[in-house]
Design a protein around this ligand. Structure first.
Ligand SMILES: *[C@@H]1O[C@H](CO)[C@@H](O)[C@H](O)[C@H]1NC(C)=O
Length: 136
């Protein structure tokens, strides 16, 4: 291998490494919480991270609230939501945590809120997993 070939292949490796680094760090994640309670019940949903407060939302039966964000360089991105409807008030759950979700749901983290609890989509298996049970 002459010097210029060596230089070229190491630049390619460098580009590939930085490329995947940026893809990992700056990939955009979409989280959404869908109301599937049925019988026309609304939920109130208030999601926030350390830096962003998404405000209190009224999510009608059958509709959803979603947002997009980039995970931070330190891998500490975390959004939690306070949720309430009728008998369940001030219920808090973690809607996205990089540590838990970067593999589990990758870039599409979807939640369904039903009468018996909350389901999260596992993007690896394609199954809706029962994750949170109402404690009321
Ligand atoms: C539920 O949400 C819908 C749509 O935003 C709204 O029109 C309705 O008044 C809400 N119902 C209650 C009980 O808050």
């Amino acid at each position: 291998m002459d010097a210029s070939t060596k230089f070229r292949s190491s630049s390619i490796v460098f580009l590939l490494l930085t490329g995947s680094f940026f893809a990992l760090v700056f990939s955009e994640v979409h989280v959404s919480v869908k109301n599937r309670l049925g019988s026309g019940k609304n939920i109130t949903l208030h999601c926030q991270s350390k830096d962003d407060d998404l405000g209190e939302q009224n999510v009608a039966d059958g509709s959803e609230f979603g947002w997009d964000f980039n995970v931070n360089v330190w891998g500490t991105t975390l959004f939690y939501c306070d949720m309430g409807w009728e008998s369940v008030q001030d219920y808090q759950f973690v809607a996205y945590s990089f540590a838990r979700d970067s593999v589990r749901c990758d870039t599409q983290c979807l939640w369904l809120v039903s009468e018996e609890g909350t389901y999260g989509l596992n993007a690896q298996t394609g199954f809706w997993e029962y994750i949170y049970q109402w404690l009321s």
